[in-house]
Design a protein around this ligand. Structure first.
Ligand SMILES: [Zn+2]
Length: 364
């Protein structure tokens, strides 16, 4: 499988490749078109859902791409690659697969990580009956994190503020503060929103319609940005001492799951992940899985997340400058490097098949 058969250069062509591969694999396809937003060229935005295998099977896998918009280019490629490699035809009896393509289609099409409301969709799935979680340190850092201009001097000012914070609290607390989610600053980083996003409601509908009969669910949400360059990195959110965590270790190797440190640091206390949302939608039915990242620029991604937020606030930027900065972002979220893309595609298909083999054998 060649990476350029599966990756695409734009949302529209990524969507086209996914739908064509899903049709060729005789998937049961349903598209949820965004009621208000469109792509930059005026074309539609949709969450596309394709189901394979026995729809009434007690074991189902749910595999999501594009939660973080632009990160969807690689997740989409893995979904397309899995289909083109004949994955759907090889499914074991009693197993079904639900592929969700472009969960945040606005971000995917507009080359940004966040949604139409600048919400980090992977922090939006909190249980709002308890109010929004706190991020105490983010409150003190927010003012320092907003850039007035995209210049080296402004980036150096932010880096200096982060260094002062690290000197006072340590690198793990800084990482947690910049990663866990915050719910008060719509112009900030990792903003989880003040209400459920359209994508969040739509995913609940997808789970209700496609996983109604599932007794056990396997889950992958594809991302990029954490881990060594071109290597997969697993973030498990099953209870670390529990049987579902042990099962994830069985599927993907304990050395890849247990005790791994994102960017060499402690696991942030993420709030409102899609993982948490799907767990809640499933009620008491067990779900085993992971957020699977592919590494790109390591901690250099901090600067890219600032660039993403700065670009979102510029309405009359010179088009050539915007194109240049967006190319830098694309190369950070989904490197143009063909060897990165080929490795991501190959590893992604392997990780999918490992999970499906494990799911087919999941009995207790
Ligand atoms: Zn992500």
């Amino acid at each position: 499988m060649q990476y350029h058969e599966c990756f695409a250069a734009a949302y529209k062509t990524a969507r086209g490749k996914f739908l064509a591969a899903a049709r060729a694999a005789q998937g049961d396809i349903r598209s949820f078109t965004h009621p208000e937003e469109t792509a930059p060229d005026g074309g539609p935005l949709a969450i596309d859902v394709a189901c394979f295998g026995d729809r009434r099977a007690p074991r189902q896998a749910l595999i999501v791409s594009g939660t973080h918009g632009q990160e969807g280019f690689s997740g989409s490629a893995v979904q397309v690659g899995w289909l083109k490699s004949g994955g759907a035809a090889k499914l074991a009896d009693g197993v079904g697969v639900v592929l969700v393509h472009g969960l945040n289609p606005y971000g995917f099409a507009h080359f940004t990580r966040t949604t139409e409301n600048n919400v980090d969709l992977n922090r939006n799935f909190i249980d709002r009956s308890n109010g929004a979680p706190d991020n105490r340190h983010y409150e003190t850092l927010h003012g320092d994190l907003v850039l007035a201009q995209w210049t080296e001097a402004e980036n150096a000012r932010v880096d200096a503020a982060l260094e002062r914070f690290t000197a006072a609290h340590g690198p793990d607390v800084l990482f947690d503060t910049l990663a866990r989610g915050q719910y008060r600053h719509p112009d900030g980083l990792i903003f989880g929103g003040t209400a459920r996003e359209w994508s969040n409601h739509t995913l609940e509908t997808v789970v209700a319609e496609t996983l109604a009969g599932a007794e056990r669910v396997a889950f992958i949400d594809w991302h990029t940005g954490i881990g060594d360059y071109g290597k997969p990195f697993f973030l498990s959110f099953n209870e670390p001492s529990g049987p579902l965590f042990a099962r994830a270790c069985q599927w993907w190797g304990r050395e890849n799951i247990d005790g791994v440190r994102p960017h060499g640091m402690e696991h942030p206390k993420y709030t409102g992940l899609v993982f948490h949302g799907v767990q809640r939608f499933l009620g008491d039915r067990p779900m085993c899985g992971a957020v699977v990242e592919f590494g790109t620029r390591g901690l250099g991604m901090r600067r890219v997340l600032r660039l993403d937020q700065w670009l979102r606030r510029q309405s009359d930027l010179d088009p050539d400058l915007r194109a240049m900065l967006q190319a830098d972002m694309m190369d950070a979220f989904c490197p143009y490097d063909g060897s990165w893309r080929q490795a991501t595609l190959n590893d992604g298909i392997t990780i999918t098949d490992q999970m499906l083999t494990g799911l087919a054998a999941w009995r207790d």
